[in-house]
Write a protein of this length. Sequence first.
Length: 216
Amino acid sequence: MTDLSALSPVPSGSRAAVLKFYFGPMDCGKSTLALQMNYNHSRQGRRGLVLTKHDRSGGPRVTSRIGLGREAVEVIDDLNLVELVREHDRIDYLICDEACFYTVAQIEQLADLVDLHGVDVYAFGLASDFRSVMFPAAQRLFELADEVCRLQVEVLCWCGRPGLLNGRIVGGRLVRTGEQVVIGDTDASRVRYQVLCRRHHRSGLLGEGMPAQTAQ
């Protein structure tokens, strides 16, 4: 940290650790906030790890659509997060991007890190899948987190209403069946995602005369 920084050093163990979950639809700035939070904490002399799973880049990175990014630990299903932290001399915090894709057991491990090891955990992710059904890991975060925060960066449906849900679009049509996790983005790929309001997620209307959902 430089003398010109507005951030003050924070001693390790100076307060009770917390588990926070930040959620919202695609394009609402979750990864951007995760990267900013890691920057701020590291500038204040805290030691942390950045974790992710299924990042849009396809690699062990946290990337945002505004061009920010950094290397991260890829969370695979059998990775024990408590053991990961214990491999390091000192960890003050974890940044957990795409936490909705973690296993429920790993969410329990995050809670253990907070309660038993004094590690702050900041988790970021979607609440629900393309069917508007909650991801199991997200549901457990809602149940366990000290704070649950909906991100305030507004994403709009094509109709102008607030976009709350992520629709999976295959071949130009909204689908409601298939694997819960299929990696995609909001681009023009054959399988893509579109943020919709509740009304148009339920009806399947995608705007500009596009057809409603079809069975898949």
